[in-house]
Ligand binder design. Structure first.
Ligand SMILES: Nc1ncnc2c1ncn2[C@@H]1O[C@H](COP(=O)(O)OP(=O)(O)O)[C@@H](O)[C@H]1O
Ligand SMILES: Cc1cn([C@H]2C[C@H](O)[C@@H](COP(=O)(O)OP(=O)(O)O)O2)c(=O)[nH]c1=O
Length: 235
């Protein structure tokens, strides 16, 4: 008798810079591994050799909003084809530090690039990639769940002030991040089933509890595994 392999699961983490995502991504990956799942941990822009080169351009070279959006989607397409779809077809859990919602939030709401044009680019870049035969040809690949760290822009700025040298985005003024935060809120409103909103304006421990509860609620993690603390001293 063969055991049916688990269904692939695609989870993205989103939020403005400094929202606190990084601290929890590895923790969630470990929680899945603890219950026997294989996890592919990845990020955007990036996740493949080509997409990492595009990431370096996006983060460090000046360019107009359309160029920025096209690079984000070019990197995403390569990432989907080379990494995400094969991992999902193998039944793995794919956890990505950012995905398309970031393009809507940063290039759309932040930079002011047209939202409807982004919807067209999203459809172009994210269809025709799925490897499972049971999916329709025009299937749009999206995360099964997006864990959205919601944090006021001024709190994120305070956290980042002491944290690291800013890149091209992190060096933007506060109003930019207020718009980006609103962009995430708009995307969440348009896809309430997919988004799990996390109140990120609280302790790491409380944030971790929200993250795991959101995944347990969907039946993807057992409570026993989720209850493990994030890590020593993380609270
Ligand atoms: N819940 C929290 N409360 C206070 N500071 C936090 C919290 N979570 C993360 N931080 C700190 O805020 C900064 C940004 O966190 P990070 O995880 O790098 O954010 P992101 O990956 O979302 O940009 C880091 O210095 C981190 O130590
Ligand atoms: C995926 C994506 C990221 N970004 C931005 C958001 C971040 O400021 C930056 C890189 O994201 P991130 O990896 O979260 O940065 P860090 O490693 O510093 O935590 O790229 C976009 O502008 N558009 C996109 O489509």
């Amino acid at each position: 008798m063969t055991t049916a392999s688990p269904k692939g699961l695609f989870i993205s983490f989103e939020g403005i810079d400094g929202a606190g995502k990084s601290s929890h991504i590895e923790g969630l990956a470990q929680a899945f591994r603890d219950q026997g799942r294989v996890v592919t941990l990845t990020r955007e822009p990036g996740g493949t050799p080509l997409a990492e080169k595009l990431r370096a351009l996006m983060l460090h070279e000046a360019m107009d909003p359309l160029t920025e959006a096209l690079i984000a989607f070019a990197a995403r397409r390569d990432h989907l084809v080379q990494v995400i779809e094969p991992a999902l077809a193998r039944g793995e859990v794919v956890i990505s530090d950012r995905f398309t919602d970031a393009t809507f939030a940063y290039q759309g709401a932040g930079r002011g690039f047209d939202w409807n044009q982004l919807l067209i680019l999203e459809r172009m870049a994210q269809t025709g990639t799925a490897l499972q035969a049971d999916l329709a040809e025009n299937f749009l690949r999206e995360p099964d769940m997006t864990i959205w760290f919601d944090l006021p822009a001024e709190v994120a700025a305070e956290r980042l002030a002491t944290a690291r040298v800013p890149d091209r985005f992190e060096a933007q003024p506060g109003e930019f991040f207020a718009r980006v935060a609103q962009g995430y809120a708009d995307r969440a409103k348009a896809a309430p089933q997919r988004f799990a909103r996390i109140d990120a304006n609280t302790s790491r421990h409380a944030v971790w509890q929200q993250v795991t509860q959101a995944v347990v609620r969907r039946g993807w993690l057992a409570i026993m595994v989720a209850n493990k603390p994030l890590s020593e001293g993380a609270a």
